[in-house]
Ligand binder design. Structure first.
Ligand code: F3S
Length: 428
């Protein structure tokens, strides 16, 4: 690869062993992909190295001999004996596995909690911003249009690429951590304009108006295009950012969509011609009543009418969604057999407290959980018989990974069900 003088100096070890190892890793990675050069990045979104399945992480931390040693091996691909310096470039944590204030409600063990405390202290000690969220853009940590960034986490990648028009491939923990020590990432794939053109047309012939509708649409086109770049055309209503957030997350779970365009809405698709960069689609699909129902049926596997665990906020809820949630719940209380979790970014939890919503939630029996992902860490109420959610992504993952009956519906349907203890969702 063609390296700049700065990158060569890093590779020669002028800044120490960790940046040297990080640069060497990025060069290897870039060469494997045929990248010719690096691109500078100012925003790096790297998961906590400790966010994966909690039981497995705990066992591996023990095997490695501690938090620092685990980080060296798994995030840096380096030597356990190295001193780990502070990150040179601004990097923020994507979702973690537990909220350190809510670990008992999350049914995490004390040992997991204690590892979480140490890991959190370690991440903050190396300047990895410990405000974990899979929706960091909701916390004001956001790139701008056409900015090159390095991001992990499929729903975040989709939002950055599609809705903001920033440029990233889906990075892994090793490459994102290396970017935090070097400030660059191999330039390939979606960093190039020509690789961002739409490949498949999705003609929408049914109303798509709600977050639930956008989840069903994303789930459908992710399934049919897999890792290609769909262009959605024919929508009758302009979506909100939260709708697009759900759509992209769903498409990245049923397929591997990293970038999608919505004609007249997303920045690289002011019209169909622009979305396809004046080319023609390779294939066309229709999203009508039949396809919408197909998505719905794929996401609903529950048969018993009773529910005992409702999880909302995948991707993490915005403060507007929290507001809508409280408006819909009103003065009602969650059924005593049901655990309802609202997953949010840390800064949204702070706003919830500042606004006095936390008191209302406590009285209603709602648990607000910051920074965590129940799927990544496998931290959800294992004792639950079934799970209900308003997220297509989460419904798919819970169905595939836990085998528990799963119900998918709108936020309103999830609330009604959480209050009554029975699933009362429906397709329309
Ligand atoms: Fe976020 Fe986890 Fe869902 S990372 S998008 S809450 S599966």
């Amino acid at each position: 690869m063609k390296l700049t003088d700065r990158e060569k100096r890093l590779l020669n070890g002028e800044k120490g062993k960790v940046p040297q190892q990080a640069m060497a890793l990025l060069v290897k990675y870039g060469e494997a992909l045929g990248a010719e050069e690096m691109v500078p990045v100012q925003h790096i979104y790297a998961s906590s190295a400790f966010c994966a399945n909690t039981d497995l992480t705990l066992a591996t931390v023990k095997q490695c001999g501690g938090i620092k040693e685990y980080f060296s091996e798994f995030a840096l691909c380096g030597d356990a004996g190295w001193e780990i310096p502070r990150m040179e470039h601004f990097a923020t944590c994507l979702a973690n596995n537990i909220d350190l204030d809510m670990w008992e409600e999350q049914e995490a063990s004390r040992e997991i909690y204690e590892m979480g405390l140490l890991a959190d202290e370690f991440e903050r000690g190396i300047d990895h911003l410990s405000a974990p969220s899979c929706a960091p853009y909701l916390q004001g940590i956001s790139p701008i249009f056409a900015e090159h960034i390095a991001s992990m986490e499929s729903s975040a990648v989709s939002f950055f690429n599609s809705v903001i028009g920033a440029r990233t491939n889906t990075e892994g923990i090793e490459s994102a951590t290396a970017a935090a020590y070097t400030g660059c990432i191999p330039k390939w794939g979606l960093h190039y304009t020509e690789n961002r053109k739409g490949t498949h047309l999705v003609r929408v012939t049914v109303p798509v108006e709600t977050i639930m509708d956008w989840g069903l649409l994303g789930f459908y086109f992710g399934h049919v295009v897999q890792e290609k770049i769909p262009v959605v055309d024919g929508i009758s209503h302009r979506p909100s950012a939260d709708m697009l957030k759900h759509c992209g997350a769903a498409a990245a779970s049923s397929g591997g969509v990293e970038l999608y365009h919505v004609v007249g809405v997303t920045p690289e698709a002011q019209d169909r011609n622009m979305a396809f960069q004046r080319g023609a689609p390779l294939e066309e699909f229709e999203f009508g009543e039949r396809e919408k129902r197909w998505s719905y049926e794929m996401l609903n596997s529950g048969t018993s009418p009773y529910i005992d665990h409702v999880i909302l906020g995948c991707p993490h809820y915005s403060i507007e969604q929290v507001f809508q949630f409280l408006r819909c719940l009103g003065r009602r209380k969650i059924h005593s057999d049901v655990h309802l979790w609202l997953m949010v970014p840390y800064t949204v939890k702070m706003l919830v407290i500042r606004q006095g919503y936390d008191k209302l939630m406590r009285e209603a029996g709602v648990h607000i959980i910051a920074g965590a992902c129940p799927i990544l860490g496998g931290v959800y109420r294992k004792s639950a018989q079934s799970i209900a959610t308003d997220s297509a992504k989460q419904a798919k993952y819970f169905r595939d990974m836990t085998g528990k009956p799963v119900y998918f519906g709108s936020m309103e349907q999830c609330i009604e069900s959480a209050v009554s203890g029975k699933w009362i969702g429906s397709f329309c």
